[in-house]
Structures are given as C-alpha cells and as structure tokens.
Design a protein around this ligand. Sequence first.
Ligand code: PXG
Length: 440
Amino acid sequence: MSIAAKKLDSYWMPFTANRDFKNKPRVISGASGHYYTTEDGSKLYDTLSGLWTTGAGHCHPKIVEAVQKQVETLDYCVTFQMTNNKAIELAERVTNLAPEGLNHCFFTNSGSESVDTALKIALGYHRAKGEGNRTRLIGRESGYHGVNFGGMSVGGMVNNRKTFSANLIPGVDHMRHTLNIEKNAFTRGLPHHGIELADDLEQLCSLHGGNNIAAVIVEPVAGSIGVYPPPIGYLKRLREICDQHGILLIFDEVIAAFGRLGAPFAAQRLEVIPDIITTAKGLSNGVIPIGAVLVRDTIYEAFMQGPESMVELFHGYTYSGHPVAAAAGIAALDVYEEEGTFEQALSIEQHFEDLLHSFKDQKNVIDVRNFGLMGAIEIAPRDGAPGARGGEMHKKCFWEANVVVRNVMDVLCFSPFFNSKPDEMEKSFLKIRHVLDSIE
Ligand code: PXG
C-alpha cells in the first residue's frame, strides 16, 4: 500500500473504486462558484454542479451566511411533538412553489430517505382509506431511487441491486425503461418514440389487478442512469392509467426539482402533476443535507383521522426539519427567487444543448440526449470492456484537464450550473473534446 493509500485507509468511500482512488488520490479542499480547488491548489471546473445538487454555485455567500447565523442561534431541535421556526417556514416556502394541490411537506435528510418516506406514505394512505390490499409498488428498469431498501427495490440499476437481490422488498414490479437509441439517437429534448412504453403499467394492472397496486414511481427525466428524457406523451399516459386504477403517481424529483428543468418542479415543466414528489439535493443547493416529500391534500387528509392526540404516521428521522438544514433551504429558495435562478437555467438551455450536440460527429459518440439542464453524451463501449472508455474519460478529465466529469459506464453526464458562464462552458467542453479525441 502506498503512503497516500495508508493515509486514506480508514475512510471507506461511497460508490468508489477505493483501492484505485487511494493509490493515487487527489483531494478537494475548497470550492467557490463553479470551481473546486484541490489540496495542491489546482482549480477544477465542475460540469456536474456538485452531484446535480449545487445549481446556484458553490459556497454561495447568502446561503453560507444563513447557515452560520442559524448554527449559533438554534443548532438542533427535536421535531417530534415540538418543532422549530425554520422547519415551519421552509415547509410553507416549498409548498408555495409546488404544483397546485401538493400542500404538505415531510422533511428527510436525503433523496434515499425521501423515496422510502414516499413509498411508506403511499402504502399508509391506501390502508387509511380502507384499501389495505393495495400493496404493490411499480418502478422502472434503470431507475434510480437511492440506496435504501425501498428505493433500491423499486429502482432498476443492476449493480446496486444484485448483491441484495434476495432481500429486496416483495411485491415490486418494473416497467421497461424508455431509452431507444436506435429510434431516438441525437434527439434534442423529448424523444418522439416510446409513448407506448407507458402501457407496461396497464399490463401490470391486468396481471395483478389495478386495485392491488399502491403506487408507481418514476424519475420524470431519468438522471443517474445517463439522462433518459421521457418520450413525448409518456408521463401523461402514466397519469391517465394511474387515474383509471386509483394508483398514486410519484415523481422522484431529487435531481429535477428546484430549477434543473427551468421551473421549481419537473411536474410544472412537463405539465403532468403527480400525487407525491420526492426532493433533496437542490432544496438547499447541496449545502446541508435535507430532503422533502410533497403530498397532495387528499393524501395528508386521509391520515388526519381518528383521535387528535394520536400520532398519525409512525415515521420520521432525528434530523427531519433540522433547523440548520432548513435555514440553508430557506436561503437557497431566497437566492433562487432574488437571482431569478430558474429563469437563468432556462436561458442557458439552448447553448448547453448546442454544445452537447456539437459532439454528434465526434469519434465513438453514439448518442447525445438532453432536457433542461440535464445532458448526456453516450460513447460506444470498447469491445469486451464496457465502461472502460467512460472511466478513462472521467480520470483523464479529472487529472489532466482539471474538469470534473461524471461517467456512468460509457455515458458522460452533465448538469451545468444554472448561472453558468457561456465561455466557461465552452472551454470545459473543448477540453472534454480533446480528452475524448485522445481515447482509443
Ligand atoms: N432519487 C434520485 C432520482 C436520485 O438521483 C436519489 C434518489 C438518492 O438521493 P441520495 O441523497 O440518497 O443520494 C438520487 C441521488 C449520479 C448519482 O452519478 C446520482 C445520485 C446519487 C449518486 C450518484 O448521477 N442521485
């Protein structure tokens, strides 16, 4: 083990090839605006704005100040049978931005917790209405809903599931994913082919009886798997089938909410309103971990029955509505409003799309996809070594070009800052182009 690796040995890194990284670590110790800085003082341009988290830029002074102030005013406060002013304020602010009818907000600390909370709320809702037979949950192949048991079970990422396959929660089915490179390659925005894939839900209703299904969960634009925008009409069709069978529709907007699609929520941009929305990441601009689950009035009201002194939902986290996290959330929403962040996001979409699609004729590129400020360039896998080219791209960009680029196997994912500067985006894509050229 190298000296560098020994120093990092006690730290088990998430979703990382630990031994490989630790043999040659490069550690981030600061960030500002659109750049990270390393321990040795290099500046790296961040094409993923955190991990789809930090759309308004790193270390935004207003959010930093709000956190500093809150931590010396009220550091922690129990939110079971009592609460704090910041949690109340944030719930109101978030629901004011939400689509009509989704007026209730349950706090979590992460996207994974938001998803498991949403699934539990869906099951509890049907039971409260006397439809306890509705227990089945439907997800989608290639979906990512975090790493807790519920989210992993409805998710469809093979590597995340295979070690735990015998222990996934029962009663879950998956629809097919919507990527179709053969028909939709290099589509700008929503693809034209694939609406019929929504009928997978109808088939599952025929198989199980629609009245046994509790909820369907999808990412409105699949993110982690490598950006799969929904085919035109697909989400609307899902909504219709859910309505026909009394199934709850959950949008997992952990990536898409708070400006990524140029609107507070993907539901608004895509004009399909679900019954539950899960969020995290952008809620605090990534500054302090916090997530929120938004639910329709009818769902909340179904729980608010029986004796008033009874706990209605036996669920919650020690840090649900943490005052410092909530203060970060309020400050982030202030920034989004004052700086017109969502409008900024909309205004750079076209430039981002053009830059991405300028890779169309580049060596090894087999698809480019984008919607809002979510984009992907898919590279052909090397014979017998899927993921190798993508991995090399990430490493070379990180080490040699000082650009942080995220790869999922052979797909490069991009999630630019909402206030990206056009010339900096251009420069970073030029560097990526050179790296791509250098890879066999
Ligand atoms: N749902 C969605 C749609 C997500 O994108 C989660 C749930 C889980 O959130 P937490 O906060 O528990 O991580 C996510 C997270 C990637 C990548 O490479 C994306 C996520 C996580 C890890 C990697 O794109 N998104």
